[in-house]
Each structure stands twice: as C-alpha cells, then as structure tokens.
Design a protein around this ligand. Structure first.
Ligand code: ADP
Ligand code: MG
Length: 712
C-alpha cells in the first residue's frame, strides 16, 4: 500500500543544500526526481518555480488514516479496509476476473481484479491478513473494491502510516498523482523547514479567518489533519482556503487599482462644459432627457472638466439611451477644440453611430469622419489626413481606429461602445494607444448589457461607474413567448399580421456550432423559405459574410421600411435601432447566453407600439435550458438577467471567451467567493493606506506569471 512518503531528503539532497531558500525563484529541477521532461509537464500546469507548487492546491482528498469496518462501507467512497482472506477464485463473467473474498469483524467484501498474474493469485491466499485502499462499488457479488491498492500485512504492522488526509491534485496527461504529490511534498518540506515565504496580509486579516499566517494556510490545505471536515474542504469553504481566495482577489483588486492610479497620474485635457453647443443639441432632440440620463451626463461632464483622465463606465439596460450620453460627451470635447474617437465593435454599429451623430449634430459645424476596415484607397487616405490634421472633430469607426497608421491630432476623449466585446487587456492597451504629447485622453466606456455586481467589483475595479436606471417614457415591455419549432405556421401568420399593420419584423438565426459560415448558410436557407412563404412581403437578408457595403445597404432599406422582414444572424445583436420593428423571432434561442438573448430582444420594443419576441426552440429541451428560457420569458430587466446568466454560466462565459488575463483566478471562484468581494474592497483600500509596501509584492505573487507570459 502506498503511503506516498517522500523520499526523505537528507542533508546531502540538492534541494536542501541550496544556498538560497527563496522558493519564489527556485527552479523545479532543484527537487529530487524533477528533470527537464517533468519540468515541461509542470509548465503546462503553469508551475514554473517551487513556489508555484505550493499554490497548486488539491481539489479532492482521500482518507487513508483510518480503517473502515466492512459493514459501514458506502458505495462511491474511497476507503481503507482490513481483514482476513477467506479465499480467492477466478470467475468468468463478461470478463475474466480474480475475486478475493475478505472478512473483518463486521462483514464480508470482495476485491475484484481484471488484470492479475498467477503469482498474485497465490499470494492472496486464504488466511492472510490484507489491508486495501480503493473505491467502494456495487458489483455482482455485493460490495466490491475494483483493483484496490493493497498490502499483505502481519500483526506487527503499524497503522496508520499517515496522519493527514491524502491530497488529489489537478494534473495533466502523463503526470501521475504519485509523482505530483511527491514533488509537492518536497516543496512543503522546504516550506516547513527553511522558507522565508512572506505573508503580505496584515495579521488582523489572518485573524479574521482564524488562520495564523499564509504558511499555515498552505500546509493545512495540502495536508489536512485526519479530523478535518472533508466536505467543507472539497467545497473550497475551509477558512484556510477562503483566506487564500481572499488574498488572490485582493491581489487582483489592488492590481486594477494600481492601473487606475497610474492612469490618474497622467494629465488629461480639461474639457469644459460647453453651454452653447449642448443647449442647441438638447433643443434639437425630439425628446427630453430622462432624469437618469441627466444625472449620468452630469457625472461624465464633471470628469471631463478635470485634468485627470476620466475612466468611467456607463451601464444601462438595452434601450435606456446610452448613445445620447456619448453624443453629449463628444460635444463637450469638441467645444474645447479636442478630437473624439468613438469605437464600436462591429461595422454595422459603427455605421449606425455615424448616422445618429451626423443627424443629431447637423448644423453645428462639426466634422464627423468615418473609418473602418472597409474604407479603402483614396477615401482612406482622405480620412486619415482629416484625422491627423485635426479637421475631423469626431471620428467614428471600428477597432481600425487604433491601428498604427491612424494618427490623431488632439485626441481628448475616447468613447468605447458596447464594451463587453473588448477584453480587459484590450482596454488596457487602448489606454496606452491614446496617449500623445504628454496628455492622455479621457475614456468613456458604455456597456451593451448590465454587468453583474460581482463582476463589477472584481473585473472593473479600475473604473468609475454610472448607471442609467430608467427607460425613456412610453416604452412597454416586450412580450416574450416560448414556442416549439412545430408552431412555425402560426409564427408565419404573426409576421403576416404585423407587417400588414405597417410594422416590421426580425427573424434571427442563431449560431450552429461555432461556425460563422454555417450560421450564414442557415440564414440563407431560412431566407429562401421565408421568401417562398411570404410572397407578398419584402424580405431581406443580412449576415456577417456579406460585404460591409451590402450590409449597410440592407440596414438602410430596413430603416426606410423598404424591407419588412429582415432575416439576420446575430450580427444585429448590438446597437441596431429601428423603432418601427415590433416583432422578433429567434430560432433555437437555447443556443445563446441570456445576456445575448436580452441584447437581441432589445432590437424590438423601441417604439411606443407593443412588441413581441417569439423564442422558437427545439425539442427536447434540457432542464437548464428550460430554466434559462423561462427567465427570458418572465423578465425584461437586464440587470436581473445578467445576474442570473452569471449564476448559471459563470463569470468567464458572461464576459466572453476573449476576456482572459486579469479575470483568470488560480484559487478564487467568483461564483463561490462573491461573498468576499465587499470585504476585499474594504481591505484593499486599507492596504493602500496602511501597507502600501506590501501591494507590489502581493500583485507579483498572484499575477506575475500572467505578466511574464504576456497575458495581461
Ligand atoms: P442603448 O442604451 O441601447 O444604446 P439608444 O441610445 O440606442 O439605447 O437609444 C434607444 C432609443 O431610445 C433610440 O431610438 C433613442 O433615440 C431613444 N431615446 C434615447 N433617449 C430617449 C429619451 N430620453 N426619451 C425618448 N427616447 C429616447
Ligand atoms: Mg447602444
């Protein structure tokens, strides 16, 4: 039976002879049994130094410290049992196997081996004492252990040979648990005997978790005593684990705060409120700003007037009117003779902004320039020269705006719309890109859908936030209905009816697998069918594989009501604004995330007319899908939906797959540990006041690997 005891390092062992015992820098090859090949395997687990081994935590434990009476065995648990062999036999079932019957004072159980040798069979002879470790299964002969680890023992045998629970670690192909465990045990020994592992958390904070220090927390998690609460440990809820999760979240928080501090050290132009331009615009608006819009703009306006760069996130539900905030902010910058860059995630959206800005700012003498990948040749040269000469006041486009060839003359403000398409690291890169002549531009970031509070507190701790918590008056919530695929004929009738009343409709084809090509093909097929079935209607098609120019033509026709039914892929997800459209059909909605569905649905319900969204799902539906679609049906509240989406799919998914880097945690789990965030923030601020010297090393400890490998 394996005790996994480490090959007791003597004083001559290379690890111990090490002159430096700084585990942070100590290469793995200083440990016994680790050569270049194993070192590579460790690297795939993101383990590069001995210190990293200490932070590679078990996800499960086995209790090899006590013998369980056979009568008390429970199927599915890992146990040690001990007894006398009653006999063994080869049995022929579906597969030939060796069955060994053993008995203790409480009962009888069987060990089953599918692979065995004759020698093994004879060693397992009647009358011998045996101790085994394995998982309890329910087999043909009752309680069975398949292929247990075992040892034939005599009466003098010492048990247990370990007093701690046995950790099971996350591993990788070709790296065996024993190997991994043995290596980590060497690191733990170094930690116990020699380490100068510094605890950067204030003592008070350790006390809060009832843990004396970092070293003790790590030792406990790797080698919990036999009486530890296994379920609590396996849920990651033991105070020692929570203390580590806390430390990690704190490091991330402090890192974002530091990025913010750095940004705020920079100088930004003071962009003064411009009463003339802004009042002309407000007079021209066909509506009054909501109280929420006024409040949010006043936050933005104050920031812009300051000489520290603004870093503000504007959140608001779909249709809450974020665009007008962007326009007002842009005017304030233009009023101070600075340029504004407005960046949108897609061509369609960039173009919409261009049209909106142009329409609302007409007659104010402001030059608005459009730049995206599709602007080529002479037009591109022209646009670039307008931008660099400073003649262009407002420049609207896609991420093409941030290519090297684009040189701004006096960039005072960057507006990033529908930010969830951009990852944290992209946001950081942009911040640098905008700097010029010793001045940094202000940044206004607008989210497409609300961000759950826990994400706000962790992933966006570097930003100020304003929330538009009110929809413009007169909107009635979209009525959402769930329908099975086979109700298509009724759906066709609904379209017919809506369009003959002068309304317009969207038919959205969702992603098939992760292939844009297949998605577009599906949309083409659906388009052909619908054209057949709705001969009297003008049906249009738009998808991601069409040329930018075709796309904008189709959008314009839809806006001008020349197209009544628009078949689309999810390219219309964000920003598209055609208030006359009051019906949306979404095929296979079960394939999409909730935030994305909400975003799509937000394309209708923009006018005063009652709008409807039909979710046309495929049977059978899993329970989880049912639950999710039910949330969509019952709620129109983006904040609520975002929260649910995160609870169901986890933070990584909600932020989008591109959102890596800063959001990747080694130990913390935002769903499990969100209760810590409030206190992370409080302690983070306290550390900034009272322990500023600990902040740098703490960030390095938790984020240095990312930084080193260019992930941030
Ligand atoms: P989103 O927040 O989703 O980006 P938009 O800025 O596109 O929303 O605005 C949605 C629609 O609401 C647009 O047609 C816009 O003109 C209109 N709108 C914005 N603010 C108001 C308001 N205060 N009153 C009435 N309509 C408004
Ligand atoms: Mg918008």
């Amino acid at each position: 039976m394996s005790s996994q005891s480490i090959s007791s390092p003597s004083t001559s062992s290379p690890a111990i002879r090490a002159s430096s015992n700084d585990l942070t820098q100590m290469p793995l090859t200083r440990l016994q049994g680790v050569g270049p090949a194993l070192e590579k395997k460790f690297a795939t687990l993101n383990i590069h130094f001995v210190l990293d081994l200490l932070f590679h935590l078990p996800f499960r434990y086995q209790d090899r410290t006590r013998v369980t009476p056979i009568a008390a065995l429970q199927v599915g648990s890992d146990v040690v049992i001990e007894g006398r062999i009653l006999g063994n036999a080869i049995v022929f079932g579906r597969r030939r196997s060796l069955l060994v019957k053993i008995q203790d004072q409480s009962g009888v159980a069987n060990l089953r081996f599918f692979h065995f040798s004759a020698a093994q069979k004879s060693s397992l002879a009647e009358g011998k004492r045996i101790r085994c470790f394995g998982e309890v299964k329910w087999g043909r002969s009752g309680i069975e252990l398949y292929h247990p680890e075992y040892k034939i023992i005599d009466e003098q045998d010492q048990f247990p040979n370990t007093t701690t629970l046995t950790p099971i670690y996350p591993s990788t192909d070709g790296l065996q648990q024993n190997r991994l465990r043995n290596t980590i045990e060497q690191a733990l020994l170094l930690l116990k005997q020699h380490s100068n592992l510094i605890d950067y958390l204030p003592a008070e904070l350790n006390q809060k978790f009832g843990i004396s220090n970092l070293k003790d927390a790590l030792l406990y998690i790797h080698q919990p005593p036999r009486n530890a609460q296994l379920s609590q440990l396996e849920d990651g809820m033991h105070p020692a684990q929570q203390r580590l999760a806390f430390e990690e979240l704190l490091a991330h928080y402090l890192c974002l705060r530091r990025l913010r501090d750095n940004a705020q050290q920079e100088k930004a132009p003071s962009l003064k409120y411009e009463p003339t331009l802004i009042s002309v615009l407000i007079k021209n608006l066909p509506f009054e700003l909501t109280a929420a819009q006024q409040r949010v703009f006043s936050d933005v306006s104050k920031d812009l007037a300051d000489t520290k760069p603004m870093l503000r996130l504007v959140q608001g539900d779909v249709g809450s009117g974020k665009t007008i905030i962007a326009i007002l902010a842009a005017l304030q910058a233009v009023g101070s003779a600075y340029q504004v860059a407005v960046m949108a995630p897609t061509e369609i959206l960039a173009e919409q902004h261009f049209l909106n800005f142009t329409e609302l700012l007409e007659g104010l003498g402001i030059e608005i320039t459009f730049l995206s990948g599709k602007i080529k040749g002479k037009k591109r040269v022209e646009a670039l020269s307008l931008i660099s000469s400073g003649q262009a006041n407002i420049i609207i486009g896609t991420h093409a705006l941030f290519q090297d060839e684009v040189l701004f003359n006096r960039l005072g403000l960057m507006i990033i719309d529908e930010q969830h398409r951009f990852g944290v690291h992209q946001r950081l890169a942009l911040r640098e890109k905008g700097q010029a002549q010793g001045e940094s531009p202000h940044q206004l970031i607008m989210t497409a859908t609300p961000i759950p509070r826990t994400l706000m507190m962790s992933a966006y701790a570097d930003l100020d936030c304003s929330i538009i918590d009110e929809l413009p008056p007169g909107r009635s919530p979209v009525n959402t209905v769930l329908l099975t695929e086979n109700r298509r004929p009724q759906v066709i009738e609904r379209i017919q009816e809506a369009c003959s009343n002068g309304r317009q409709a969207y038919w959205v084809c969702t992603l098939i697998e992760e292939s844009e090509l297949l998605q577009c093909q599906a949309a083409e097929v659906t388009f052909a069918h619908l054209q057949q079935q709705l001969k009297n209607l003008q049906v249009g098609l738009i998808h991601g594989r069409m040329k930018a120019k075709e796309k904008s033509e189709i959008m314009n026709q839809f806006k001008a009501q020349k197209i009544q039914l628009l078949v689309a892929t999810t390219v219309i997800e964000v920003g598209v604004d055609v208030p006359n459209a009051s019906l949306m059909i979404i095929e296979n909605p079960e394939r999409l995330g909730l935030a994305q569905l909400h975003q799509l649905r937000g394309r209708v319900g923009r006018g005063s007319e009652k709008s409807h969204c039909l979710l046309l799902y495929q049977m059978p539906l899993s329970n989880l899908s049912k639950q999710r679609l039910e949330i969509m049906r019952s709620s129109n509240d983006g904040f609520y939906i975002a929260q649910k989406d995160m609870e169901i799919r986890g933070p990584g998914e909600v932020l989008g797959t591109r959102q890596t880097g800063l959001m990747e945690h080694k130990i913390a789990n935002l769903s499990r540990d969100s209760h810590l965030l409030e206190s992370v923030k409080t302690w983070g601020e306290r550390m900034r006041d009272q322990h500023p010297a600990s902040i740098g090393p703490l960030i390095d400890r938790w984020l240095s690997v990312n930084q080193q490998y260019g992930k941030v």
